[in-house]
Design a protein around this ligand. Structure first.
Ligand code: ADP
Length: 196
């Protein structure tokens, strides 16, 4: 089973691309969503988070994201501690998930694939890229965010050029959805042709 990492900066269109692979029958693991889910479903993870951040880390609705975000935003050690709990839980869950799939390859969609140094765990890497202005406009429209909010989020991520340079496949998602889909189809065919 080959593991294909799919990443790209915010607004590049990686979730859109991920859904296109899913439509081709390829199982897609959305690492961010799974991390958030595990933080409210995994008993050992919940216990670890409560131990480190206090009971306040959870409220009646689930994870107290406002409180946690504030703590980790202001303290690098806290962020590191949280990551050191969440990452192994996601990694284990991903491995179990991969074991249950029976396709030639699977995709892990991970916005921070390079930032979290996961590139070596992938057999191939697909990077979705788009011009910065286009990314800003897309996220403004998608999230109702302001320009400066989007710019701050982009600032927190690694440079798009770095990701493009280290990719096996690059999708320049600067056209319409039909051309994006064509690029996905071509990559899908290519990956399948490489698998014996
Ligand atoms: P990411 O997951 O990289 O942050 P998304 O896939 O959510 O990006 O795309 C951001 C927004 O741009 C979404 O609303 C999506 O529908 C839109 N979008 C993505 N690619 C295209 C495209 N080629 N043409 C038009 N809209 C697009």
């Amino acid at each position: 089973m080959k593991i294909v990492g799919l990443t790209g900066g915010i607004g590049s269109g990686k979730s859109t691309v991920a859904r296109m692979f899913a439509e081709l029958g390829i199982p897609v693991y959305f690492a961010d969503d799974e991390a958030k889910r595990l933080m409210v479903t995994s008993e050992s993870l919940i216990a670890g988070i409560k131990k480190r951040f206090g009971e306040k880390a959870y409220d009646q609705t689930g994870l107290n994201t406002r409180y946690l975000a504030e703590v980790v935003f202001n303290d690098k050690e806290s962020l590191k501690a949280l990551n050191q709990m969440v990452h192994p839980a996601v990694e284990k869950h991903f491995k179990d998930w991969v074991g249950k799939q029976d396709t030639a390859y699977v995709i892990q969609e991970n916005p921070l694939l390079f930032e979290k140094n996961k590139q070596d765990q992938c057999d191939r890497i697909v990077v979705v890229a788009a011009p910065i202005e286009m990314r800003i406009d897309r996220v403004k429209a998608r999230d109702g965010a302001t320009r400066s909010e989007v710019e701050a989020r982009i600032q927190n991520q690694m440079d798009q050029n770095y990701k493009v340079k280290h990719a096996d496949y690059v999708i320049e998602n600067d056209g319409d959805l039909a051309s994006c889909r064509e690029a996905v189809n071509a990559i899908h065919k290519n990956i399948l042709s490489e698998i014996p």
